[in-house]
Design a protein around this ligand. Structure first.
Ligand code: SAH
Length: 265
């Protein structure tokens, strides 16, 4: 359904070279760049996707940023989870509408935004973050994109100290020593729940896998990485792009199951 652009909306302005600028619309506001000025009032009240001309004659297109476009543009504290990994985390972790998800750490909130969108208004995300400044930044980034998020709880503290929630559907970890959270994650997750861990180095993955191996409640442990190669597709040249985001991190998932209940024979 079409919703016209209004003051407070974030829009992405795209120029003819593919450069992107994120602006927040304000009545009477103006966006200045090297190709002139674009008045916000020329966009307010228009459908997204409109083309407008700057004072120097450059044509720009105004659209609402997609989630992936937004997280790449938003202000960062901690390094974010990139869009290619966000998609993989949601599917590998089977994050579904209505789910209760516990996350750590919140960082800049990129993964938190993706989780909140996936669980929807009937779901809930609780994110643990040790740094107060990152917790504040994450909430600011989340709400600037999704609006008020009453189903997001940010708990200031270390997830290594424990998880308050129980009967949780999914636990998603993006922090340096996830093996230290395994005991609390196992206690918080319901049986059948899934843990997803995002780690930059394979030595960390190995240490995490050793943690899973020591506890029979963890099952179906598997690790992968996602490589995305974009292509340059033009009339006379079709080839992979020269640059790509190569290494980001490894995803490891595990399912929490019940210990065997022997029935007396
Ligand atoms: N996923 C985030 C980035 C997380 S960076 C994003 O997409 O934006 C890792 C974060 O974990 C940092 O903010 C760090 O402060 C936090 N952290 C580290 N150890 C932690 C712990 N024990 N408990 C909670 N948060 C922790």
């Amino acid at each position: 359904m079409e919703k016209l652009l209004e003051p407070g909306d974030k829009v992405l302005l795209l120029d003819s070279r593919g450069r992107r600028y994120l602006v927040t619309l304000q009545e009477g506001g103006a966006f200045h760049f090297h190709k002139g000025i674009v008045s916000h009032d020329a966009m307010i009240g228009c459908p997204e996707g409109i083309r407008i001309r700057s004072t120097k004659g450059e044509v720009v297109v105004a659209v609402r940023p997609t989630l992936a476009e937004y997280v790449l543009k938003m202000s960062r504290g901690a390094q974010i989870v990139y869009p290619k990994d966000l998609g993989a985390i949601l599917v590998r972790g089977d994050v579904f509408p209505g789910a209760t998800v516990v996350e750590a750490g919140a960082g800049s909130g990129s993964l938190t935004i993706a989780l909140l969108r996936a669980v929807g208004p009937a779901g809930r995300v609780v994110t643990y973050e040790v740094r107060e400044d990152f917790a504040a930044k994450a909430r600011e980034n989340v709400e600037a994109y999704l609006g008020p998020a009453p189903n997001l709880d940010i708990r200031l503290g270390s997830i290594y100290e424990g998880i308050e929630e129980t009967d949780v559907d999914r636990v998603v970890l993006d922090l340096p020593e996830p093996w230290r959270a395994l005991e609390s994650a196992a206690a918080a997750l319901r049986s059948g729940g899934i843990l997803v861990s995002y780690l930059p180095t394979i030595l960390q993955v190995h240490q995490l896998a050793e943690g899973f191996r020591l506890d029979e409640r963890w099952f179906q442990v598997s690790t992968d990485e996602t490589l995305v190669r974009t292509w340059h597709v033009a009339t006379t040249s079709v080839r992979p792009d020269h640059r790509m985001v190569a290494h980001t991190g490894f995803l490891t998932t595990a399912r929490k199951v019940r210990a065997l209940q022997e029935t007396p024979s």
